[in-house]
Design a protein around this ligand. Structure first.
Ligand SMILES: [Zn+2]
Length: 337
């Protein structure tokens, strides 16, 4: 929890010296470019961090980096975005530790299993969670029959009760496409997921009662469900074409494997930041003859020349990566022998 007072020994809330340093850096950047001091007050800074950086930091500095459209805090989840974590890598141990901490228990439990079994448990659990961002306790219990009891207990911890304010006339509206919860926006229902709402027309599947209904926690939504919507979309489309793709093979070496093609999907707002990340490491793509970086169509359509901008900056081992849109990847793979 963050609040605008200094942290004293033993207190759970308040600003640490690291927070103060970050605020001072923002203040210096703003004042030296003739902008209001956006780093002076933590609540104002957190609110601004939910908006694209070009709206509150000096645009000339951001334009040269290609970072203008980056949002640091997801306004829906109120947690750091993937781009924020990427920017923080090497600077802070806080962001780097979040994902590790979140999945440490799962990793420990899978390590006790034979590797092929661990791999299929991992894929099944992650796929279940992405396909069930909202679930009845019964559904989780039924799925748990396929797991060890400790893995099932771990899965249950990925879910939490649904807050009452999410219900509309006592029920939760469910999106027909991603099966996540919807919310009222300007008096109209809208899906809470960006990846879903940018690609699909608004459609309510059903209204579910809140009894025994749970939702994935914010962090799981951020690391698995939101990026998973495009990953599952491509996976399902490949199955529909009669192909046999593998989802998150070898405990997430890549997002999808199909023959000699390793596919990672990424939805960073900034193509420059994405290329920068890949230049640092190409990760599990190194294991594949053909290394594909797939950009969701909704993102490629909203950011000018996305694919060309990423491809133009890749260097070193990342030059072996081919960047393409989801529909181009699907078109090519469906014709692949
Ligand atoms: Zn949806």
């Amino acid at each position: 929890m963050v609040c605008g007072v200094d942290r004293v020994t033993g207190a759970l809330i308040g600003l640490k010296s690291e927070d103060r340093k970050a605020m001072a850096l923002v203040s210096r950047l703003c004042l030296s470019h003739g902008l209001p001091d956006h780093g002076a007050e933590i609540h104002q800074l957190l609110a601004l961090s939910c908006r694209p950086m070009k709206e509150w930091l000096p645009p000339t500095v951001l334009e040269s980096m290609g970072w203008g459209d980056i949002v640091l805090i997801d306004g829906e989840d109120l947690s750091p975005t993937a781009e924020a974590e990427e920017l923080a890598s090497g600077f802070s141990t806080v962001a780097a530790g979040m994902e590790e901490m979140l999945f440490q228990k799962l990793v420990d439990l899978l390590d006790k299993q034979p590797s092929s079994l661990a791999s299929s448990y991992y894929t099944n659990i992650r796929e279940f969670v992405i396909r069930h961002p909202i679930a009845k306790l019964d559904e989780i219990r039924d799925f748990g029959a396929e797991l060890t009891s400790s893995l099932w207990a771990c899965l249950q911890q990925f879910y939490e009760p649904i807050p009452e304010f999410w219900s509309i006339r006592g029920k939760i509206p469910i999106c027909a496409h991603c099966r996540g919860a919807m919310r009222l926006r300007f008096n109209q229902l809208a899906c809470r997921s960006t990846a879903c709402s940018m690609s699909n027309p608004t459609e309510v599947k059903e209204y579910r009662g809140r009894e025994n209904l749970v939702r994935v926690s914010h962090s799981i939504r951020q690391y698995w469900v939101e990026p998973g919507i495009d990953e599952i979309r491509l996976f399902d489309a490949l199955i529909h074409c009669g192909k046999t793709p593998r989802l998150y093979p070898n405990r997430d070496r890549v997002d999808i494997e199909i023959n000699d093609v390793g596919i990672d999907l990424k939805a960073y707002t900034s193509p420059e930041l994405l290329a920068w990340r890949l230049n640092r490491s190409i990760g599990g793509l190194a294991f594949y003859e053909r290394k594909w970086l797939v950009i969701p169509d909704w993102l490629a359509q909203s950011v000018p020349a996305y694919v060309r901008r990423v491809s133009g900056i890749l260097e070193g081992s990342a030059r072996a990566i081919r960047c393409l849109t989801l529909s181009d990847a699907l078109g090519e793979l469906s014709n692949d022998a």
